[in-house]
Write a protein that binds this ligand. Structure first.
Ligand code: FAD
Length: 499
């Protein structure tokens, strides 16, 4: 059809990737159209991901903390949970943020088109208007012509084919809807999303089982970190089923009856169990196959990802892609940084600005956080990876039993661990040559607020800091963040015990 609107940059998808790209492009002076099918901007992260989960996890953490206070002589009695008010609290949190995004789009004169976008040509996207809070189509269509496009269409939860269509089987979005608190809940998949939601439901009263194909929960994190989390969370679980596959499920009046099999031959699997709620948290799949990419000449992989180069450019030179749709890790902070790169490259090319046009995504590390209680956070090289790759590292580990603040908080179960390059070449050529200490390669923390502190380790890695740099940086006392300086001193060998 004819073109109804044109722009310099078309952004498909209004999540953290999409709105960040649109805002940066507009700030750089470009005419931007942002297409989003839902009523609000913010994508998965703000509407059904990072933010609502953290609103609920905060409530759960305070409830758990209050229980810890019993030991300090403070007793609050049993909590009274009003799910309706908790739900509306969470919705208010989301509303503040998505409302803020709408304002910011307006201020920047970003045109937001509400509808489902499909590429219909190399420079054309058709938008079919949607309405309501879901995706009901109004039938009204328009075609937007663009010079450059940024695909930020994100991902959605993987659905296991053998699970029945039943309100008692949910994905993370269904779990965040917080319809009711089940007595018995199965968390299917022992990754971050499943364990975060499991934490919320368990604090609100559910008994948990978790089933995981691999040999441990929270894959990707070092086992010593996970062990601390697991010890503190054992009480939530009736069963932690590792090396176990879920093979069938049946809706019965009593609940969802789920059967299991060993992940490897020769293993043993538990008896079938009946649950009031089954949360599928077995991963997310990219939306690459649902946007008409072929019409624009953009290649999509078998699994629905879109491959990009370091400038976030797809195989079609005028089309870029960012966020969950370009691959792991599927994290909001990765999407935002990729978004800025794509917007800058486009602005640079359209405006003849060589410096902007050469922008590239070259982050050394991307931190990961499980916002459980305690939190588990890690960044860069892990100890397991160092072992597997034969990289020689010097470890500085600081147990929080030696942290004044952690003890004062009544939460000294955590620790902070830093890994420094200990290869023969390490330590030469930087400011502290000759002391035998290489640059920091990675770090991990488990403990309350670990996620708020891991950014410092990421900064140290980005700046090529060594143990002297970190150890001699004065951290305020008494804080949990001090443990990072202390861990560096432990690695450096100048301090073995602590005030
Ligand atoms: P999305 O956020 O998926 O946004 C894509 C948008 O595009 C959506 O709004 C979608 O409606 C729209 N869209 C797609 N196709 C079309 C189309 N054809 N037409 C119009 N619109 C379309 N990450 C973190 O970093 N920290 C966390 O704590 C965290 N917690 C999470 C908790 C949960 C429960 C979940 C599910 C995820 C969590 N994540 C977290 C991951 C995070 O939400 C994603 O990495 C992030 O949202 C990806 O951003 P994105 O812009 O790539 O895509």
């Amino acid at each position: 059809g004819a073109t109804d609107m044109d722009c310099e940059v078309l952004v498909l998808g209004g999540g953290p990737g999409g709105y960040s790209a649109a805002f940066r492009a507009a700030d750089l002076g470009l005419k931007v159209v942002l297409v989003e099918r839902y009523a609000t901007l913010g994508g998965v992260c703000l509407n059904v991901g990072c933010i609502p989960s953290k609103a609920l996890l905060h409530v759960a953490a305070v409830m758990d903390e209050v229980a810890h206070l019993k030991a300090a002589g403070i007793d609050f009695g049993a909590p009274q949970v009003d799910l309706d008010r908790l739900r509306s609290h969470k919705d208010k949190v989301i509303g503040k943020l998505t409302g803020g995004l709408a304002q910011m789009a307006k201020m920047r004169k970003v045109t937001v088109l509400r509808g489902v976008g499909q590429f219909v040509g190399s420079h054309h996207l058709q938008v079919e208007e949607t309405t309501g809070d879901g995706q009901e189509k109004t039938g009204s269509k328009q075609v937007v012509q663009f010079q450059r496009a940024i695909i930020a269409a994100g991902s959605q939860a993987v659905r296991l084919p053998f699970l029945p269509e039943d309100p008692r089987v949910v994905d993370s979005t269904g779990a965040l809807a917080l319809k009711e608190i089940p007595k018995r809940m199965l968390v299917l998949g022992g990754g971050i999303i499943g364990l975060e939601m499991g934490t919320v439901y368990s604090t609100l009263g559910a008994r948990l089982d978790v089933v995981e194909m691999m040999d441990g929960l929270m894959q990707g994190a070092d086992r010593d970190l996970v062990k601390v989390w697991q010890k503190m969370n054992q009480h939530r679980f009736d069963r932690i089923m590792l090396n176990t596959r879920t093979v069938g499920a049946e809706a019965t009046p009593e609940g969802i009856r789920v059967s299991f099999a060993p992940a490897q031959e020769g293993g043993e699997a538990p008896e079938p169990q009946v649950y009031d709620l089954v949360l599928q948290a077995v991963g997310r799949s990219p939306n690459g196959k649902k946007i008409g990419a072929e019409a624009a000449g953009v290649a999509v992989t078998e699994r629905g990802f879109i491959d990009v180069d370091v400038q976030m450019r797809t195989n079609a030179p005028h089309i870029f892609a960012i966020g969950d749709i370009v691959g792991q890790p599927m994290l909001a902070h990765k999407a935002v940084h990729e978004a800025h790169v794509a917007a800058e490259v486009i602005a640079g090319e359209l405006q003849g600005n060589k410096e902007l046009a050469s922008a590239a995504f070259n982050a050394r590390v991307i931190p990961s956080v499980a916002y459980t209680d305690p939190e588990v956070a890690w960044v860069g090289l892990t100890e397991d990876q160092a072992k597997a790759q034969g990289i020689k590292v010097k470890k500085g580990l600081f147990p929080w039993t030696a942290s004044g603040r952690a003890i004062a908080n009544g939460r000294d179960e955590g620790f902070t661990k830093l890994l420094f390059d200990d290869s023969p070449e390490a330590g030469s050529g930087d400011g502290h040559a000759g002391r035998g200490h290489g640059k920091i390669l990675g770090g991990g923390m488990v403990g309350t607020h670990a996620g708020d502190m891991i950014g410092e380790i990421a900064l140290a890695i980005e700046m090529g800091a060594d143990s002297v740099d970190i150890g001699k940086t004065i951290h305020p006392h008494p804080t949990l963040g001090e443990s990072i300086g202390m861990a560096a001193e432990v690695a450096h060998g100048s301090c073995t015990d602590v005030p």
